[in-house]
Design a protein around this ligand. Structure first.
Ligand SMILES: NC(=O)c1ccc[n+]([C@@H]2O[C@H](COP(=O)([O-])OP(=O)(O)OC[C@H]3O[C@@H](n4cnc5c(N)ncnc54)[C@H](OP(=O)(O)O)[C@@H]3O)[C@@H](O)[C@H]2O)c1
Length: 211
């Protein structure tokens, strides 16, 4: 596929469930994908994506996704903070607290996205997205995804850039207000987990109507 603006995209945690789906879709769309990992010897889950240290992936990239568990969020962000200056970080972290992952338990800071912004500082534009898209939705590259993406961030321009990028991989992103609103998207994930459990599904998602 030829894109108007191919990007170099770091996916920090791109060997995991969510990140590998994103990596496969961005490669398919014609972007260059760098997978950030704690283990640079690991095989790439996606042919044509390169595995690098988190810091190196962030340094070489134009824009980066964070797709690691909440428990690893701060550690990874500290590794990449210097390399992310002036860039956008798209934070998919859901602050789940096992074992009660079907219960909303947001951190005292308000949300994982606000933690990311505090750790990275004002020089990095943090945009929150993807918390409600189950990894299974992304598994079949090329197939449309039956779930909207709430995109929160304090910079409208950054949100617009992220929404355009998501549209390259078949996702409808929606401007959902400032970064403080990420708490709602993060909380909604536990709601979706509870819905999945009750209805014996594995891919409950959300659709915004009326726009
Ligand atoms: N899975 C989903 O359906 C889904 C949907 C929406 C949002 N999310 C959110 O996206 C994030 C990633 O979810 P996931 O299911 O893809 O996670 P995952 O598969 O469990 O982990 C992703 C990657 O993170 C790295 N990692 C694991 N534990 C770590 C730690 N303690 N410290 C630093 N790095 C660690 C590992 O990469 P290396 O070993 O290569 O370093 C791993 O492959 C989470 O915050 C999750 O809440 C997930």
């Amino acid at each position: 596929m030829s894109l108007a603006s191919p990007r170099t995209i770091a996916i920090l945690g791109g060997a995991g469930a969510l990140g590998s789906g994103l990596a496969a879709r961005f490669v398919h769309a014609g972007h260059t994908v760098l997978i950030g990992s704690r283990d640079t010897t690991r095989a790439s889950p996606v042919e044509a994506a390169t595995v690098l240290s988190h810091e190196e992936a962030a340094r070489r990239a134009d824009i980066a996704f964070l797709t690691v568990p909440f428990a690893g969020q701060a550690e990874v962000l500290r590794m990449v903070a210097g390399a992310m200056a002036g860039k956008i970080l798209i934070d998919a972290t859901v602050p789940l607290v096992p074992p009660k992952v079907g219960r909303v338990q947001l951190p005292p800071e308000g949300s994982a996205a606000l933690i990311s912004q505090a750790l990275l500082g004002e020089g990095v534009r943090v945009v929150s997205a993807l918390q409600n898209v189950g990894a299974l939705h992304l598994a079949h590259v090329g197939q449309p995804v039956d779930c909207d993406v709430l995109v929160c961030g304090d910079s409208v321009d950054a949100r617009t850039e992220v929404i355009e990028l998501l549209s390259d991989i078949g996702l409808r992103g929606l401007h959902a207000g400032p970064l403080a609103n990420a708490a709602a998207a993060e909380a909604l994930t536990s709601v979706l987990i509870s819905i999945n459990r009750f209805y014996k599904s594995d891919r409950a998602g959300i659709r915004i109507t009326g726009i």
